[in-house]
Design a protein around this ligand. Structure first.
Ligand SMILES: [Zn+2]
Ligand SMILES: [Zn+2]
Length: 356
């Protein structure tokens, strides 16, 4: 195989289907590394990236183009694979290493990045699968070897999904206040990321989990991963049902939908002194009467993916603790367009992982 010729699936225009393209790679420089992709998970945020931005509410859209993202875009940020080529200054990675790639890159040089919080860098994002070519390709060039995390004994398909679904869930639940056995944590939205959070909370938290999703199949799956209670948010008086069933003891809410209705539900059910963590990027405006903040002494916290160190922790944790497994569907990379359509239509339980 020629490790200097990448075969990518990229969209040439915002909103367009992905098309195969070829790109010649220069020799890796400095501490750059080339990965042969063996697995790449499909994330719901790829639908927003493909569309060109997020719904910011009030009819406004964020724009990846205005933020400097160049076409064509090769998406795919849950990348697992094998090191096939390393730059001349690489010291730790070597050809043959099986790794997951941390994709949420910043400038790579500021104190925030050097502390492992590249995802919070203010100097300019270089995310793999958005600004830099991602894993819907046979090869990925990674700008520095430190973004590689060895998979160890994990199933490589599952480990790849940790780079976004896994750390998004892990980073969000790590922000929750310390819980006791009498507390409840509400998880709103049980797609791939939300279901991972249900599974992680069941394994790591003393609190009981209430899983909230309109899809009966997802509610049933959430129960299998440890949710003590499941609720349909579309049912009449969903908030009152949750407050009653939990004894008004929802200490934390993690909103993996991020819509006006889901954030409103989170604020309605969280107890005094509790926290609502908003993760989902469905879009809209957050509306809440200002007096609710002091009267409930509540915190509303955002969470966007997580740091490099959290990916390392999660991969270490997954090898030590048996985590319930989210259903994975493996498909060839050439089925990427069909898979994105299935995801948009809500036909995916768990995660689709592509194999170049
Ligand atoms: Zn993602
Ligand atoms: Zn930086």
């Amino acid at each position: 195989m020629d490790y200097r010729c990448a075969h990518r699936w990229a969209f040439p225009k915002w909103g367009a289907a992905l098309e195969p393209i070829e790109e010649t790679l220069p020799a890796p420089a400095g501490r750059e590394v080339t990965i042969r992709v063996t697995h790449c998970g499909i994330c719901h945020s790829d639908l927003h990236i493909q569309a060109g931005g997020f719904d910011m509410g009030g009819g406004k859209l964020s724009s990846l183009e205005r933020a400097g993202t160049k076409l064509p875009v090769t998406m795919g940020h849950e990348i697992g694979g094998e090191v096939v080529e390393v730059g001349p200054d690489v010291t730790d990675a070597k050809v043959g290493d099986r790794v997951v790639v941390y994709p949420w890159l910043g400038c790579g040089e500021c104190p925030t990045c050097l502390s492992g919080n590249d995802h919070l860098c203010n100097k300019g994002a270089r995310n793999l699968g958005i600004q830099l070519p991602g894993g819907y390709s046979d090869l990925v060039r990674v700008p520095h070897e430190r973004y590689l995390v060895p998979v160890g004994t994990l199933d490589p398909a599952r480990a790849a999904t940790f780079a976004c679904a896994g750390i998004t869930a892990y980073g969000a639940i790590r922000k929750l206040p310390e819980a006791e056995a009498s507390d409840w944590i509400a998880v709103i939205g049980c797609g791939g990321v939300g279901m991972t959070a249900v599974a992680l909370l069941s394994a790591l938290s003393k609190a009981k989990v209430v899983a909230i999703d309109p899809d009966p199949a997802k509610r049933e799956t959430a129960q299998r991963y440890g949710a003590a209670l499941v609720v349909d948010p579309g049912s009449a008086d969903a908030a009152r049902t949750i407050i009653k069933a939990t004894g008004n003891n929802v200490l934390g809410v993690v909103d993996f939908v991020g819509a006006e209705s889901s954030s409103a539900l989170g604020v309605a059910v969280v107890r005094r002194g509790g926290m609502v963590v908003i993760v989902g990027l469905f879009g809209g405006e957050f509306r809440c009467p200002v007096p609710m903040f002091p009267l409930k002494s509540m915190a509303v916290q955002g969470s966007y993916v997580a740091g490099l160190n959290e990916l390392r922790e999660l991969i270490e944790l997954a090898q030590r603790v048996t985590l319930p497994e989210i259903p994975l569907t493996l498909r060839p990379l050439a089925e990427v367009n069909r898979s994105l359509e299935d995801l948009a239509a809500g036909r995916v339980v768990g995660r689709v992982v592509l194999q170049p």
